[in-house]
Design a protein around this ligand. Structure first.
Ligand code: CA
Length: 354
């Protein structure tokens, strides 16, 4: 028997009109014995039609998606919709108000805990509700991310490889319509694996797109604008806002992350001095940067090199580093690498899911 969620909401997902309220996640504390954690939610519905499901704040220190969803939920008019739009702008609300990647209530990274647990910690309960209640209602899902406190990211969208050729084509098409400068395919082998929101959607055979809109726990206006325009294009593409005027999508570069050689990791502690910026093109063997040891003024800084050639898509944001910190991630054009496939793990692009 599937365990029932303990999360509840006065929102009736089958009712027409605009409802703006919250999910209520039971959380009993010293000062709030019968209390719940509010997770803001907007549901817009107008008759039959497809359902779009939009999330931001899965990581609390990523802001462009949160602002894009707030703008979108304020400006969408039910009269212009056919079907339903469900907007959750601060999915891991405790992490959002703390400005943190992980929830301060359980120290869990929500995007590493899918499909969740109905009777688990707060983050696990949220993941379970998303997997079991929200995703099954959706025709497509978008989870808006950025790099968060530890990473700077090029503006990009990403999808998993898809369950079959037909689904893969639909996912690549979603990235073209979203219109980020970079689009890439990732199976999460470097980090998220099957524990992400996008993987939970794939398990249910629902199309899911994720983004990276900026990073460093600060706000990129360009990232927020891209997110809002990209979502409006997707709503029109899926027939939810057939009459909407949308900005045409800019061309996107289809890229991939080609195995573990695409990453540079710190192996010592110190101050990271990077030699390249986001968007730079590097070659295998190029010096990537150095780590200056704080404790050893007489010692040599640790020199770091790129193990493969590519385009700098992601770079560590904080200067202080520890062994194991990701410093760079490279991408290559999709046509240069093996095509991402559903059946052969060795040919899949891999990526650390930020
Ligand atoms: Ca993220």
């Amino acid at each position: 028997m599937t365990l029932q969620t303990r999360i509840w909401t006065p929102v009736d997902f089958e009712a027409d009109g605009r409802q703006s309220d919250c999910l209520r996640l039971p959380y009993s504390t010293d000062l709030s014995a019968y209390g719940w954690v509010p997770i803001p939610l907007v549901c817009l519905k107008n008759g039959p039609g497809p359902t779009a499901l939009f999330f931001a704040g899965t990581h609390g220190d990523e802001y462009e998606g949160q602002v894009a969803l707030l703008n979108l939920s304020r400006s969408l008019d039910c009269a212009d919709i056919r079907g339903r739009v469900i907007i959750v702008p601060a999915l891991n609300y405790p992490a959002v108000i703390a400005g943190r990647r992980v929830s301060p209530l359980d120290e869990v990274n929500l995007n590493r805990t899918f499909p969740g647990n109905a009777l688990g910690t707060p983050s696990q309960m949220i993941a379970h509700y998303v997997s079991e209640v929200l995703i099954p209602m959706a025709d497509f899902v978008v989870d808006l991310h950025s790099g968060g406190r530890s990473l700077h990211y090029v503006q990009s969208s990403l999808v998993r490889p898809g369950r079959d050729e037909r689904q893969q084509r639909a996912l690549l098409r979603m990235m073209e319509i979203f219109g980020a400068p970079i689009s890439f395919v990732s199976n999460g082998a470097g980090g998220g694996g099957m524990t992400t929101l996008a993987a939970a959607a794939e398990e249910r055979n629902i199309l899911a797109l994720t983004t990276e809109l900026g990073g460093g726990a600060t706000f990129s206006s360009a990232g927020a604008v891209l997110a809002e325009r990209g979502l409006r294009r997707l709503l029109k593409h899926f027939g939810i806002t057939p009459q909407a005027d949308v900005e045409p999508a800019q061309p996107t570069r289809m890229m991939m992350v080609k195995g573990r050689d695409a990453f540079v990791y710190a192996q010592s502690r110190g101050i990271f001095e990077p030699f390249y910026e986001l968007g730079d093109q590097v070659r295998a063997g190029d010096r990537a940067g150095v780590i200056h040891p704080v404790e050893w003024p007489h010692g040599e800084p640790q020199m770091l090199s790129f193990a493969s050639s590519g385009f700098v898509a992601c770079r560590r944001a904080p200067s202080l580093t520890e062994p194991g910190d990701c410093l760079f991630k490279l991408m290559v054009p999709l046509e240069e690498g093996p095509r991402p496939s559903m059946n052969d793990d060795r040919s899949r692009g891999t990526a650390i899911r930020a």
